[in-house]
Design a protein around this ligand. Structure first.
Ligand code: NAI
Length: 288
């Protein structure tokens, strides 16, 4: 089986480097026409130039593909709208949106300025929201769309110094959980990737040996699958170093303590209430 993207148009945010670049190159290699967006700023979101996106466009063109470059910011409503407009003007449709752009402003919560919290939410959560908002009517109208959100193990499980990033990344999952329901009737599938990969974002966080096994190109197959016609709806795929798995919310059966339950009843039954034996995934519309 070969998964192709002939006739499809993709917008990939933050695709001037790291994971986004890999996703854009692979989609183009498989026939998609791609809008390569990147603000081209530093890892904390400061600065910016379209040079990074231009370079990826050149790479795609050199390999025989079709792409255009966009230097807008996902967190600016005009920037988000501009990349979707550019896709429509250049290629006439948008089938795929990969919300990948991101920044880091790590600090323990005690030391974090609210501005650093807000800025990370603006880029990850509002950036994904604004780009999705711009593309949503187009996908509804054409009765087809594939949207990939980029979440993170930090959002799913927590990580020291990343309250801002974790809140944004799990917010994105909440966003997806309702989009999957609202988009289903128009064949718009929304999924999320939770990657671990060696990029500039992680180069100072992990030992060199570990980074060698975590090529960003090992995340792309899962993301490109989630962009395909076969994509599930509402699934969080995890990808790291060639291992792929699913992450999901589970619920156990719980304990019925009746209508007179007291605080003491909770305390006495706590072990049984949180016993995950037999717990089941909840809320996934479709696993494959
Ligand atoms: P990266 O720093 O190489 O890529 C992020 C890109 O987003 C950069 O090229 C940057 O210029 C761009 N960007 C930042 N703010 C932007 C804005 N406002 N508008 C447009 N573009 C903007 O890092 P990496 O690792 O490739 O990150 C990609 C995504 O994957 C991010 O959402 C990140 O949070 C997520 N992620 C990465 C993990 C990893 O292990 N590398 C782990 C979990 C999640």
């Amino acid at each position: 089986m070969t998964i192709g993207f002939e006739g499809k148009v993709a917008v990939v945010t933050g695709a001037g480097g790291g994971l986004g670049r890999c996703h854009a190159l692979e989609l183009a290699k498989r026939g998609a026409r791609v809008v390569v967006n990147d603000l081209g700023g530093a890892m904390d979101g400061t600065g910016g130039s379209s040079a990074a996106a231009d370079e990826v466009v050149n790479e795609i063109k050199a390999a025989g593909g079709e792409a255009v470059s966009n230097g807008g910011s996902v967190s600016d409503p005009k920037g988000a709208a501009s990349m979707i407009e550019q896709a429509m003007d250049s290629f006439g449709r948008v089938d795929i949106l990969i919300n990948n752009a991101g920044i880091l402003r790590d600090k323990s919560f005690a030391k974090m300025e609210i501005e650093d919290f807000r800025m990370v939410l603006e880029v990850h959560l509002m950036g994904s929201t604004l780009c999705t908002k711009a593309v949503w009517p187009i996908m509804r109208e054409q009765g087809y769309g594939r949207i990939v959100m980029t979440t993170s193990p930090s959002g799913l499980y927590g990580n020291f110094g990343q309250t801002n990033y974790g809140a944004a990344k799990l917010g994105i999952v909440g966003f997806m959980n309702t989009l999957k329901i609202e988009g289903a009737k128009n064949n718009i599938h929304t999924n999320a990737i939770a990657p671990v990969a060696a990029t500039r974002m992680t180069e100072n966080l992990m030992p060199e040996e570990a980074l060698k096994a975590l090529g960003p190109e090992l995340i792309t197959p899962a993301v490109v699958y989630l962009c395909s016609e076969e994509a599930p709806n509402g699934v969080i795929l995890q990808a790291a170093g060639g291992r792929y798995s699913v992450a999901c919310m589970v619920e156990n059966e719980g304990v019925d303590l009746g209508t007179e339950a007291s605080v003491e009843d909770i305390a006495e039954n706590y072990e049984a209430i949180v016993d995950l034996t037999g717990a089941k995934p909840r809320g996934m519309l479709q696993l494959s």
